[in-house]
Design a protein around this ligand. Structure first.
Ligand code: HT7
Ligand code: ZN
Length: 852
């Protein structure tokens, strides 16, 4: 398959200002009539070329008459005389047979659509590119019993009954939009209905549509939606623009959710939540995703992307906005810790491996492969850095200008930077390198102190590593929040934002009498790797006394990481500094339990692996377990006290109650790791007495690592209780895939043969296979059985759902990071995948690039 290059962008040859669609809906066969008003764009005589994939063409007319056309290779070409015409097509599709979940498909009896990025071409012939914006009028006809609810973008205009037990509805969307934002839903659904009054006084009808049994689980999503609408008005001055906003939950979905104009379609896991079935993390994810999709109404829909290379224009910015929203709603420090953890777990390895690409990529074979942590999460970090550089006020002036300038158009990342520049007067010329260069910059920071002169000197040096296709890099501007503390008094000498623009910069600090301790990249002000020569005592100091909570967390993590890396590479390490730092944190009454819970957690095995030259999964596991057990043992009474003090009464979804639940399960984890007396019984008691999923899953997640009867009891009881609830059953698969036991690789293979393991459901696949690939020790089992299992899964899923299959491939692409034997076995799986006939474009691109 051929690659598409950013440099080849040309404006569309034909525009389509108006679209009328007529759907005769049924699962086995749907007829789609399209009436497009087309306009020649520019001075050329090219025919009209429409994309179309898997469509059975029935009829083509131009200006009302049957027309000459060529239907070949996923395109329909129609010669047009003159500069304007009305083109009509009639096609047939089979939503019930659509297992790719792109275009129009069926999920649990509901007909729904997914068009981003290129799904609309699987519904009708159209120029399927984001810079063709059209006004849509949509009429749907369907059986009234099977599909009593008919929804589409925009606002409803009319509906009525038809012969044969059928009915129809018509919707219109006045805002021009690209076809990737088109949506319709037909199904037997009920709604949680509410309303929101915008700041200009318009009433918006809100609906969250689900299957009847799920209506009781929609309250949190509705509250989150209203909070997001108010937040976007307050923080960005953005008001909702239609009279209606609907969200529909479906069980089969390739991604988290989709921001279709006025009709968001969601993976049900980001809508449904009640205390019995959703954890606190699930509640937070629902709020975050509901807000994210809602925020797209401006950052993505009103201003969309010119081409798919600009994807981060809407995704990076919208992730930043949802991160800000969640930080405002709960604990900002814990939110930042979570976001940085996610970045380091997914994006840093991507940036360091064969699939590394810039935030604004230069080429792709299949765009679905570029919905990556780089485009989303690193993209959000770029926006955050510009926010820091401009300050909140100028940043807001910049986004106002961006929305004003580009409203109703398809824009570029360059347009965004230019608007910020024009509104603030701040030059972002060099900053643009962040968009074009892949790789995580490294910053080496060396602090020297000249006590006699009362002066300290900080030397900062940056390097941006080579990545595929980019051997040489220019320095990027790196905003670093820095503070210096007096070692003895704890007094803060200075606290400032430093902009490292050159390859190397020297900074002088005056009035530094006592030895200073460096706190750097506070709040994670830049997505870089910092290298310092700070000693254990300095890290311990910062973990206890830094006034920036993120920096405190970071110092503790660094201390733990260095201890683990030493243990793995030398066979032993002194655990005392980590244990003492945890003791200090645990016993500090001023600290928020939610923050304590996050900072006393050890870095994951995978994160430790990312800091080794050659990853040794077994040695890392052994070292981490030893440290965990020592921490549990040495601080047993503190863990017992923390456990007791955070024992909740009745379930409440509040920051304080959430923090207590988190700490409780973390404390239980350490007691289990230390084999403390009665710990499995405590865990089983927590499991059985829990009035919420956070405590229940927390207990199960701990028991599942153990070799106890309590483990079997809890796993069996969990299955019995929740086997009818797909989202909770996903958790049952996930906890087992994440188990730290030696036999996990075989247990996972057995679970893949369980009758409830459904290959057609992406959530279920991710719950078992996706989770398994994140379990370093199990996936990289020395036998190679983990690799073989993953290869088999990828090849089984690819013919059904290429996107889901392709997203599993990057785990094999890390072959260079492991020893020769493991590396060869991983490569062999990639080669087996590539050699498979009829492989999808999605899997082909991921596998060939991963092979490097
Ligand atoms: N903008 C949405 C992207 C999306 C998607 C992409 C590829 C395949 C399926 C998909 N479903 C949704 C999601 C978002 O970022 O809001
Ligand atoms: Zn998004």
């Amino acid at each position: 398959p051929a690659a598409i290059h950013r440099a080849d962008y040309r404006p569309p040859e034909w525009l389509v200002p108006d679209v009328e669609l007529d759907f005769d809906l049924a699962a086995e066969r749907t007829r789609v009539g399209a009436r497009l008003t087309v306009q020649r764009n520019g001075d050329h005589d090219a025919p009209l070329r429409l994309d179309g994939e898997g469509l059975k063409l029935i009829e083509v007319k131009v200006d009302g008459k049957p027309a000459e056309h060529l239907h070949a290779q996923d395109a329909l070409t129609i010669p047009i005389v003159g500069d304007e015409a009305v083109v009509e097509t009639l096609v047939e599709i089979a939503p019930g047979a659509n297992t790719q979940l792109m275009g129009l498909y069926e999920s649990g009896g509901i007909l729904c659509t997914q068009c981003e990025a290129e799904g609309f071409r699987r519904i009708t012939f159209f120029p399927d590119r984001p810079d063709v914006l059209s006004r849509y009028r949509v009429r749907m006809h369907a059986d009234k019993i099977l599909y009593p609810i008919l929804l589409a973008n925009g606002d409803p205009v009319a509906h009525g009954d038809e012969e044969g037990g059928r009915h129809w509805a018509e919707w219109t969307d006045p805002f021009p939009k690209p076809c990737y934002l088109f949506a319709l839903v037909a199904g037997d659904l009920v709604a949680n209905q509410d309303s929101f009054i915008t700041r200009s006084g318009r009433t918006v009808a809100l609906g969250i549509w689900v299957r009847e049994g799920d209506i009781g689980k929609t309250g949190h999503a509705m509250e989150s939606l209203k909070a997001a609408m108010a937040w976007d008005e307050r923080v960005y001055g953005r008001e909702y623009d239609l009279a209606m906003f609907n969200i529909v939950a479906v069980a089969d979905f390739n991604f988290g959710a989709m921001e279709n104009k006025g009709l968001n379609i969601f993976n049900s896991r980001y809508v449904l939540a009640d205390p019995d079935t959703a954890t606190d993390a699930d509640y937070d994810a629902v709020a975050g995703v509901v807000a994210h999709e809602y925020f797209h109404n401006w950052s993505g829909n009103r201003v969309t992307c010119r081409d798919w290379f600009q994807l981060s224009l809407k995704e990076g910015f919208t992730v930043f906005r949802d991160q800000q929203f969640s930080a405002d709603l709960g604990s900002a420090a814990v939110k930042r810790i979570d976001d940085v953890r996610a970045l380091r777990a997914a994006q840093f390895p991507e940036d360091a491996g064969p699939l590394a690409h810039p935030v604004r990529p230069d080429s792709y074979i299949e765009i679905s492969n570029f919905y990556t942590a780089t485009v989303y999460n690193k993209g959000a970090e770029l926006i955050r850095m510009m926010h820091s550089l401009l300050g909140a006020e100028k940043f807001r002036a910049g986004t106002d200008l961006y929305f004003d300038r580009h409203d109703g158009t398809a824009a570029t990342c360059e347009d965004f930077a230019k608007a910020l520049e024009d509104a603030s007067g701040i030059d972002l010329a060099r900053f643009r390198r962040w968009y074009s260069q892949a790789g995580t910059p490294r910053v080496r920071a060396s602090l020297t102190h000249h006590a006699g002169e009362g002066r300290a000197r900080l030397v900062l040096e940056q390097t941006v590593p080579a990545t595929p296709g980019q051997p040489r890099k220019a320095p990027v501007p790196i905003p670093l929040k820095i503070a210096l503390f007096d070692e003895l008094t704890g007094q803060k000498y200075t606290d400032r934002l430093v902009l490292l623009e050159e390859k190397r910069q020297d900074l002088l600090f005056e009035g530094i009498g006592g030895r200073p301790i460096l706190s750097i990249n506070r709040d994670f002000s830049a997505p870089v790797i910092i290298e310092t020569d700070r000693k254990v005592d300095d890290l311990a100091f910062l973990s206890a006394r830094d006034d920036n909570p993120f920096a405190r967390y970071e110092a503790m993590q660094q201390l733990m990481l260095e201890t683990l890396v030493t243990a793995v590479s030398t066979g032993s390490a002194d655990h005392k500094p980590v244990i003492e730092a945890i003791r200090q944190t645990l016993t500090n009454p001023a600290m928020d339990p939610a923050f304590i819970a996050e900072s006393v957690l050890l870095p994951t095995e995978a994160f430790v692996g990312d800091h080794m030259l050659v990853v040794d999964p077994d040695a890392i596991h052994a070292a981490r377990e030893k440290l965990r057990s020592d921490i549990g043992d040495e601080l047993e009474s503190q863990w017992r006290a923390a456990y007791a003090s955070s024992s909740a009464n009745r379930f409440e979804y509040s920051p304080a109650a959430k923090g207590a639940r988190r700490l409780r399960t973390v404390a239980l984890g350490y007691l289990m790791a230390a084999d403390a007396e009665g710990a499995p019984a405590m865990a089983l008691m927590q499991f059985e007495n829990a009035d919420n999923m956070t405590d229940r899953q927390g207990a199960l997640g701990n028991l599942v690592n153990s070799d106890t009867t309590e483990r079997q009891t809890a796993l069996g009881a969990f299955y019995e209780r929740y086997q009818e609830n797909p989202l909770v059953l996903d958790k049952w698969f996930t906890v087992q895939a994440l188990s730290m036991r030696e036999d996990t690789v075989d247990k996972v293979a057995a679970l893949a043969r369980h009758p409830d393991f459904l290959l057609a459901n992406p959530n279920r696949v991710r719950s078992l296979v996706g989770a398994f690939t994140a379990n370093q020790r199990a996936f990289h089992h020395r036998s190679g059985r983990g690799y073989r299992f993953l290869g088999d899964m990828i090849l089984t899923i690819d013919p059904l759902n290429p996107q889901t299959a392709a997203r599993l491939i990057p785990a094999l692409g890390r072959w260079r990071r492991f020893d020769e034997t493991r590396g060869q076995m991983m490569k062999a799986e990639l080669e087996r995948i590539i050699a498979t006939p009829n492989l999808s474009r999605d899997a082909f691109e991921q596998a060939t690039k991963s092979l490097g």
